[in-house]
Design a protein. Structure first.
Length: 556
């Protein structure tokens, strides 16, 4: 509705400017609270061009403004040279209630209809996901949900680095160490950590690992079987963790594919013929022309390809199917710039990158090699355990199964929300108390608002006919926030920032809790209208929770 309100204002101002023989792009901003919903400074822009007083211009525009009876514009006022437009909340809420009744959970969906290949997670198959990987996965999955909601055809991909040194170290270790019982990825991690300790200052072992990588690239059948089995074994454990968080991938793409089908060789041949190619012991590209000082190494002196070289082939392959978006850690920014430069050299559309800062422990950074990390599994278990304690306090009369179900939904929601609410470009120091705080504006607060809506609607009859009297401050604020939902979702998708949805969800839950606390819903003359308003709130809250990957609970 806010989107429609914005369009109607633009059309109204443009009609007035046309009468006055002016033509300008309309920019609308939110004015200070209580001074309308949207404001235009168009008079100042025109006055600057004509070198006359903004007051004269704004008065002329104001006189030419015509507000139609069917618009959501209640009125317009001139404030210090600005045109401030006020929303007709009664019309807005009637239109909202009608549209939500027709569309229900589809309210706000778009029809962008563009194919997106979104790569996220892509962790090395050498151990369990830690909370740093978790940030990648949760950002990627949340963004995929938001983009699908506005109509994009999103395919999520996990790029399996099966040709890297990490997996070769695992294979070397598996030949010497036994897999221990337990979750697959954790067992692989123990082998990897122990192997790295054995490799320290061991030149013979390092040579053996180099030979493993070479034989795998050549396509040695026995070696291929070892690598594939180990990687799949680890991925099974990784997928268990992701599935518990409500995250899945449409496709797993193996790095080795692009070596064995000669895609890497073909792209390297193309690059050899360009002016950027240099040969000095190793094959590389000089990217100084693109402002990149460090050469991009294409292959080692032994002829094996580097990870980035194979990544070029992978990216060119992805481009056949749609626009490419990658969720990468900020430590990969240089590689990202190099990839963009190579795409320019090859006259291909550059990929889009969303770089996220890492989550660190209070004691320092995480390393799978040394075994210093909080695994996502540990984080989930601890969060759900603490969530159970909170649920037990509030619903002691309920069965254990009920408490376990709610604790799982609240715990998973707390992890996802705590990570997604912080913009990707901002770093995070992981704080258990903050992540597991169920009292302050977190996911459980939003879930509780949704459950409260469900409880009200269970007791109520939703009528098509209702009277809207004078709206209260709390009703007005709730309607205003609800009416922004479509714009918020589009902004989140187009800016690639699912954190916008998280912050909107908190704002909406806060407004609903205030409305519920101060305005009687099931009693009084406004009962039928307020029940309808609760229904609309329930739908929007449910949609925001789904977009964030948090379960909408009808009971808590």
């Amino acid at each position: 509705m806010f989107q429609r309100f914005r369009i109607e204002i633009e059309e109204t101002i443009n009609a007035a400017l046309k009468d006055l023989k002016f033509k300008k792009e309309i920019l609308l901003v939110e004015p200070p609270k209580g001074m309308g919903e949207l404001s235009s400074s168009i008079a100042f822009e025109i006055a600057a061009e004509l070198k006359i007083s903004p007051k004269n211009v704004v008065d002329e525009i104001y006189k030419s403004i015509r507000i139609g009876p069917s618009t959501l514009i209640k009125d317009v006022k001139v404030v210090n040279g600005h045109l401030n437009f006020h929303l007709d909340y009664k019309k807005t809420v009637r239109a909202l209630i009608k549209e939500v009744k027709i569309l229900n959970e589809d309210y706000g969906r778009g029809n962008k209809n563009e194919k997106i290949i979104l790569e996220h997670t892509s962790a090395n198959p050498d151990g369990p996901l830690h909370i740093g990987h978790g940030r990648n996965s949760i950002i990627g999955d949340s963004l995929a949900r938001v983009m699908r909601f506005v109509g994009y055809k999103v395919e999520t991909q996990f790029y399996v680095n099966d040709m890297g040194k990490q997996l070769a170290v695992v294979i070397w270790g598996l030949r010497r160490l036994n897999l221990v019982e337990g979750k697959n990825d954790l067992s692989i991690s123990r082998v990897y950590v122990k192997s790295n300790k054995l490799l320290k200052d061991n030149k013979v072992a390092e040579k053996q690992i180099s030979e493993l990588i070479k034989e795998y690239e050549k396509g040695n059948d026995e070696i291929k079987k070892e690598f594939k089995n180990a990687a799949n074994y680890c991925l099974e454990g990784i997928n268990e963790t992701l599935n518990r968080l409500g995250i899945s991938h449409d496709r797993f793409i193996w790095e080795s594919t692009f070596v064995w089908d000669s895609s890497v060789k073909k792209v390297v041949k193309k690059l050899l013929r360009t002016e950027y190619f240099e040969l000095d012991g190793v094959s590389s590209l000089n990217l100084n022309k693109f402002g990149i000082e460090k050469n991009l190494i294409l292959s080692r002196s032994d002829g094996t390809y580097l990870y980035t070289t194979k990544d070029i082939a992978y990216h060119l392959w992805k481009l056949k199917y749609g626009k490419v978006i990658n969720i990468w850690g900020s430590d990969h920014k240089l590689i990202g710039e190099q990839l963009k430069a190579v795409h320019q050299i090859l006259d291909a559309s550059p990929p889009e990158f969303i770089f996220y800062e890492f989550i660190t422990l209070p004691t320092g950074s995480m390393s799978t090699r040394s075994g210093i990390f909080i695994s996502l599994d540990e984080l989930i278990e601890e969060t759900v355990k603490r969530a159970y304690i909170e649920v037990d306090k509030r619903r002691s009369e309920e069965t254990k199964n009920f408490k376990l179900k709610i604790a799982e939904a609240v715990g998973i929601g707390a992890i996802r929300f705590n990570i997604i609410r912080i913009a990707a470009e901002k770093s995070m120091v992981f704080d258990w108390d903050e992540a597991l705080n169920f009292e302050r504006n977190g996911s459980s607060f939003i879930q509780y608002a949704y459950a409260r809506c469900c409880r009200i609607l269970e007791k109520a009859e939703i009528k098509d006919e209702f009277i809207i009297r004078n709206l209260t401050i709390n009703e007005t604020e709730l309607i205003k926030i609800i009416s922004k939902f479509k714009e918020i979702v589009i902004e989140s998708a187009e800016s690639r920032k699912p954190s916008i949805i998280a912050n909107y969800a908190i704002e909406l839950a806060n407004a609903f809790h205030r409305f519920y606390m101060y305005d009687k819903v099931l009693k009084g003359k406004d009962k039928d209208f307020r029940i309808n308003l609760v229904r609309v709130t329930q739908v929007i809250l449910g949609n925001t929770l789904t977009l964030l990957g948090v379960e909408a609970l009808d009971k808590m």
